[in-house]
Design a protein around this ligand. Structure first.
Ligand code: ATP
Length: 512
């Protein structure tokens, strides 16, 4: 059963139980007005809608002037015959006037006696305290996957009509498409689907990235959340096979089949590792793998605000994240954000409380939100963050080994339009021990610049020179990296599987 159907069933039971005033919140006025009109007419009630620009539709007296004054509107409601449902749109603005609130309270008993219900519909509402016991607030949900099936079918039919051919969509692709637009209103989803699928002969990965990009609008007004376009995929990550396999297995847990079999929703992962080894890249690729929007929460700004407002800001931001779900939530450099936390006293009190609120949310939200927290060090990471149950797994991303360096170099060769077979990647890979993925990229980029400036194509000598000129962080930070590795050895799962490491080490020593 779709969420719209179950909501209508619940509304029906409220109407049958003679609730006199219901406050309905939604951004989808048109869709819900149509649904409510059908429901009430099916139940044998009359249905009337009012707005300040159009007055009553249908009016009691067709010749009467447009009724816009709030008290007059409520008096008119009183006059309607029994067994009516009357929908007032955006009436919440008038609830600032005490006399309007009083009139509504007076009206309640009449409505109950005459079997009439008043529905107030607006995007948000603050119910005056005087009305608290007489009215009920009800959130009308956005369409879910089942609702959106119909929208997608409609769009595919339109495409077929206008282009004279149909776009083949497998069941699996259908599910992925729908998940990418969940969180949008029905109208927004329709527009996004028409735009993303309209000119295509077949579906490819870009379609999902385009669909997800439509969700940017959901973050309007939030300065603490940053939206990322899904530009990188798993194929852009060199090495880290253990991590990539694990992510793919978790991705399948979001399928409808897995949901039906009661598989728990994944919570997320904490990626600990050396700078420039692909933690951020993995966050971006994971979002693309799941076809979920990637949203980064800027904890530093959240915490740097006025202490008093931080808690409200955190609650607001968590609510926004829940409305965007399904989503990948990226928490960058968590060790910096929470470095002042101390649950044993002595730390920053507000920060510790915020941290507690966040951890509780992490454990309890129950939404399809995959959290990727990244950290470069553990020294200032609160131990609570690492406790089992917060994340599904802690991964340690080490400096790439010989084989992984080859993989990473190959990826960056392709990005710079260099053919890997023209170069001795084995040699370059042997010479770059201790280089991070970002530094390997830098080697390729510097060599490309060098050759471009000289007006010729890149040579092996350019690459070797760039390698010599790039001093890897692992030299200057050797001790820190060693400490991190030692810490992670017994606590984290390696992003590169052990069996492959052994195999690669053997190969590496044989080659050198
Ligand atoms: P930091 O801790 O400094 O934020 P990070 O671990 O998040 O670093 P990224 O930002 O993901 O590292 O890496 C920077 C860039 O280096 C990436 O955008 C990518 O181009 C390249 N890179 C790093 N690791 C890899 C990898 N495993 N495969 C391919 N490219 C990589």
């Amino acid at each position: 059963m779709s969420i719209t159907t179950s909501t209508l069933e619940e509304l029906q039971s409220r109407l049958q139980a003679h609730y006199c005033v219901l406050f309905l919140t939604t951004y989808e006025e048109e869709r819900w007005e149509a649904e409510l009109a059908n429901l009430t007419l099916d139940m044998g009630f009359g249905f009337v809608a009012w707005s300040s620009t159009e007055g009553f539709k249908a009016p009691l007296d067709a010749d009467a002037p447009l009724i816009t004054e709030p008290l007059a509107v409520l008096s008119e409601v009183e006059k309607y015959p029994a067994d009516h449902v009357i929908l007032l749109k955006d009436f919440h603005h008038y609830l600032e006037h005490p006399v309007v609130v009083r009139k509504l309270r007076d009206l309640c008993s009449t409505l109950r006696l005459t079997n009439k219900t008043l529905l107030m519909m607006s995007p948000e509402v603050e119910i005056p305290i005087e009305l608290g016991r007489d009215v009920l607030q009800f959130e009308l949900p956005l369409p879910d996957i089942d609702d959106l099936q119909e929208v997608l079918t409609g769009v595919l039919k339109d495409i077929q009509k206008s282009m004279g051919r149909s776009l083949r969509v497998t069941d699996e692709e259908r599910e992925r498409i729908l998940k990418a637009v969940v969180g949008l209103t029905s109208r927004e989803a329709e527009k996004a689907l028409a735009r993303a699928l309209g000119q295509r002969n077949q579906l490819d990965d870009d379609v999902f990235a385009v669909l997800v990009s439509e969700k940017k609008i959901l973050l309007r007004g939030s300065e603490l959340l940053e939206f990322f376009d899904l530009d990188a995929g798993v194929k852009d990550i060199g090495g880290l096979d253990g991590l990539k396999d694990w992510l793919s297995s978790r991705a399948s847990a979001y399928s409808l089949k897995a949901r039906k079999q009661g598989l728990p929703l994944p919570k997320g992962v904490l990626l600990l590792g050396v700078q420039g080894c692909g933690k951020s890249l993995t966050a971006r690729a994971t979002a693309r793998l799941l076809s979920f929007p990637l949203v980064r929460l800027d904890f530093a700004s959240l915490l740097s605000g006025e202490r008093g407002s931080s808690e409200k800001n955190l609650r607001d931001v968590l609510r926004t994240i829940e409305t965007i779900a399904p989503t990948v939530l990226w928490l960058d450099e968590v060790e910096k954000a929470f470095s002042g936390v101390s649950t044993e006293g002595g730390g920053d009190g507000t920060l510790t409380r915020l941290f507690g609120t966040f951890l509780t949310w992490l454990q309890d939200h129950g939404k399809p939100i995959f959290v990727i927290a990244t950290a470069n060090s553990v020294a200032s990471l609160p131990p609570e963050m690492l406790r089992r149950g917060r994340f599904d797994e802690l991964f340690f991303i080490n400096l790439p080994n010989y084989h992984e360096r080859k993989d990473i170099l190959g990826i960056h060769f392709h990005k710079r339009k260099l053919s890997p077979e023209k170069y001795d990647i084995n040699q370059l890979s042997l010479k770059t021990e201790g280089y991070s993925g970002a530094e390997l990229e830098q080697v390729v980029v510097s060599a490309t610049f060098e050759a471009y400036t000289a007006g010729r194509s890149v040579t092996q000598a350019d690459l070797l020179l760039a390698q010599e000129q790039t001093v890897p962080l692992s030299i200057t930070m050797e001790e820190k990296i060693f400490e991190l590795r030692e810490w992670a050895r017994t606590r984290c799962r390696p992003a590169t599987p052990d069996s492959r490491v052994m195999q690669m080490l053997e190969e590496e020593s044989r080659l050198s």
